[in-house]
Design a protein around this ligand. Structure first.
Ligand code: HEC
Length: 152
């Protein structure tokens, strides 16, 4: 009788433990989805700040730190797609996981576009900076076309 109680208690503890770790995994995935969405949201103010300088024909050097920030965000971004994080409140398409090398290449292309923008802005060339900013926009859209669901 006593023995049976102990066995039941052990089974109970094991079940509770399994549940706890299952919940932890679910939380971790929600967290990583949230983190990568926050990462992308953070590109907005940088893009707007860059556009404002270009439109105002302002001091192009002010663009350099914004381009650097975009690159910093990009480097963190493509590591926020662990297996299983395709499930949940995410706009990332299954193609991210089925074609991870292509996805990472799209991210690397964007990173290269931010570098080119920083170089052009640092050189003070208005036309080259505007063109490089256009290429940044294309790099964003290029990835979204293949790897992100359309906003509804
Ligand atoms: C390498 C691919 C890739 C690149 C490059 C990229 N994005 Fe995205 N972006 C995504 C994916 C995937 C999502 C969906 C993330 C999710 O919902 O889990 C996303 C989501 C977003 C969102 C929505 C965030 C939210 O509120 O949930 C914005 C805004 C955004 N991107 C802006 C940009 C901008 C601006 C750029 C360029 C500076 C850019 N992205 C470059 C792949 C990319």
């Amino acid at each position: 009788m006593l023995k049976k109680t102990v066995v039941m208690a052990v089974i109970g503890a094991l079940t509770a433990g399994a549940l706890v770790s299952g919940v932890t995994v679910a939380f971790a995935q929600a967290d990583v989805i949230k983190a990568r969405q926050e990462n992308r949201k953070a590109t907005g103010p940088e893009m707007r700040a860059i556009k404002a300088v270009i439109d105002a024909k302002g001091d192009l050097k002010e663009i350099v730190p914004h381009a650097a920030k975009l690159k910093e965000l990009e480097i963190a971004f493509d590591k926020m797609f662990p297996a299983g994080s395709d499930k949940g409140e995410t706009k990332a398409l299954p193609t991210v996981w089925s074609d991870m090398p292509g996805f990472q290449k799209a991210s690397a292309n964007a990173a290269a576009a931010y570098d080119k923008l920083a170089m052009a802005a640092g050189s003070g060339d208005q036309a080259a900076t505007a063109a490089a900013f256009g290429d940044v926009g294309k790099a964003c859209g290029g990835c979204h076309t293949t790897y992100r669901a359309k906003a509804n």
